[in-house]
Design a protein around this ligand. Structure first.
Ligand code: NAP
Ligand code: MG
Length: 514
């Protein structure tokens, strides 16, 4: 992101506040670049504190005085289904935009990101149909009463997402918050905001939402994001991003005891068991690692390999990695695109140098692909290090790029201990033909999602989130919906007569006039 009002001749996308698109206070803008070419792609309004104040005020009024929190849940469900249909109708455009903005290969955005986002929105609509009244058992102590839980929306939600998997991240945020009757101030990443902006434009044009229910302020995290999450009129924060920023946000939320969900970093293991079917597992490990060029929070960035099959695994992983085509994300033949930015490439290259310095063995990759077509983009070759020590920084720190660490083990207990020996706990995969054994291992992994013979198992019916420093709370599934509601227990007394209320006598003497 570069702050500039003049250097790029592109019309700027506005902020979306109270149902209208507007320039930022002081007309500031920033430029968004295409990672594959390094060229400017768009300009966006850079919000200020005054803009955040206006957006929060709009969301506050839409929640406190507007119809949205009281709209019947089945009507909100219908609106979400219609938003999903908008995604479907505009899928090719959204896929291309996501590819250009995020550098994600068009094959991935066309066949995964956009259709998955649409599917997820339908599922949130379906979950929204669940009644907000939750029954409880009849209670007969001290006398008969009928009880239920009413699920209230929280109110104004501040939602912040990262640049990776930006379209699906947007759906994960907007879907459940809208489904449950909240209002929103949303901030996408400044590095890849365009698919979110396009979706919000589609929603705006459809007229499906009352004004003020959904607001968006673009701009830098430290400036716009931090002020937004600390805003005293915001009730709930839903943040996806790095653990480092997550810590800061939790501290900012503390003075007002704001509700917080955090979806943070990971260093997820792919655990090959000795009997893994390597014909499937080798490609599975590579899919887990190099999909989106390794820029996925739950990517399988550590691969735990039994010593007995280590050499064969190395040979086959390297042979398949050599076949991956790195290149232009818009080319349907491309398997691996660029990283999001030159800065991110520097970070990743720093880790590659560190891996060498730590004594890990570079097996493939490690550099930039050569050729004129790569010259301007932020490309890094798919890279694999062998003989990595699980306690080394290469194995412990989130790199967020295409760098796989192979770690040897001798028995399964050791593999489980190493899998858990990290500050993170987002995901894992276990590769075995013995499903019972794989389940036994899965249950001992301290992580929110474990795939057996699969990685990237993002299922909108299932809770997704992290143990330990990978986060707090869950997104998706029923658990994810409940993160956007505050329960009220409602007790309906069935003891019809004063005389039966003996416990009242503890304070009040029986009424003598009767
Ligand atoms: P990041 O630097 O933490 O930024 C994430 C978002 O927070 C961006 O919109 C950013 O704004 C904003 N932000 C930055 N500093 C802030 C602050 N002080 N206060 C409020 N907001 C602030 O993360 P990233 O580099 O974009 O994304 C990669 C990270 O996201 C990785 O750690 C990855 O594991 C994590 N992630 C987690 C999940 C999950 O579900 N667990 C999913 C995807 C990604 P700007 O960038 O516009 O300045
Ligand atoms: Mg971009």
């Amino acid at each position: 992101m570069t702050l500039d009002a003049t250097d790029v001749d592109l019309e700027a996308h506005g902020l979306f506040i109270n149902g209208a698109w507007c320039a930022a206070d002081a007309a500031r803008t920033f430029t968004v670049y295409e990672p594959a070419t390094g060229q400017p792609l768009a300009r966006c309004a850079h919000g200020s504190r005054a803009d955040v104040d206006r957006a929060v005020a709009a969301a506050r009024a839409a929640f406190d005085d507007g119809p949205w929190p009281h709209t019947p849940h089945y009507e909100r469900a219908q609106i979400l289904h219609e938003i999903a249909q908008l995604i479907e109708a505009n899928a090719p455009e959204l896929a291309e935009l996501e590819s250009r903005d995020g550098g994600v290969p068009l094959r991935a955005t066309t066949f995964n990101d956009i259709p998955l986002g649409m599917h997820m929105m339908h599922v949130f609509a379906e979950l929204a149909r669940r009644s907000p009244y939750e029954p409880m058992p009849w209670n007969d102590f001290p006398t008969l009463s009928w009880n239920f839980v009413w699920r209230n929306p929280y109110g104004v939600c501040a939602q912040i997402i990262p640049w990776n998997y930006a379209f699906c991240m947007t759906i994960w945020k907007l879907g459940p918050a809208l489904a449950t009757g909240n209002t929103i101030v949303f901030k996408p990443s400044s590095l890849a905001p365009l698919s979110a902006i396009r979706l919000i434009k589609l929603i705006d044009e459809s007229g499906l939402l009352p004004k003020g229910v959904l607001n968006m302020v673009t701009g830098s995290g430290p400036e716009v994001g931090e002020y937004l999450v600390g805003h005293p009129r915001v009730d709930k924060i839903a943040f996806t991003g790095s653990t480092e920023v997550g810590r800061k946000i939790m501290a900012i939320a503390a003075p007002h005891i704001k509700k917080v969900t955090l979806e943070l970093g990971g260093k997820s293991p792919s655990i090959l068991l000795p009997d893994a079917d390597l014909d499937k597992a080798i490609d599975g490990v590579l899919f887990g690692m190099f999909y989106h060029a390794g820029q996925l929070c739950e990517a399988g960035t550590r691969c735990l390999v039994p010593s007995a099959i280590y050499d064969e695994v190395v040979e086959r992983l390297v042979q398949r990695t050599r076949q991956l085509r790195v290149g232009d994300p818009l080319d349907l033949a491309t398997d691996v695109g660029p990283l999001i930015s030159h800065k991110q490439r520097e970070t990743v290259e720093g880790y590659i140098a560190l891996g060498r310095a730590e004594g890990a063995r570079l097996l493939i990759g490690g550099g930039r692909p050569l050729g004129a077509s790569y010259a301007q983009g932020s490309f890094v070759e798919p890279t694999i290090f062998g003989e990595v020590n699980n306690r080394s920084r290469l194995a412990q720190e989130e790199i967020f790029g295409p760098v796989l660490a192979l770690i040897r083990y001798d028995d399964v207990g050791e593999a489980i201990a190493m899998a858990n020996d990290t500050m993170y706990g987002l995901a894992a995969s276990v590769w075995s033909q013995d499903i019972q054994q794989a389940i036994d291992v899965a249950r001992r992994i301290r992580a929110g999602t474990v795939g057996i013979n699969e990685h990237h198992v993002l299922n909108p019916y299932a809770p997704f989130g992290g143990f330990k420093e990978s986060g707090i709370g869950r997104e998706m599934g029923v658990a994810g919906m409940l993160e956007y509601t505050e329960p009220t227990h409602i007790h309906v007394d069935f003891q019809q007569q004063r005389d039966g209320k003996l416990w009242w006598d503890a304070l009040l003497p029986p009424n003598e006039e009767e």
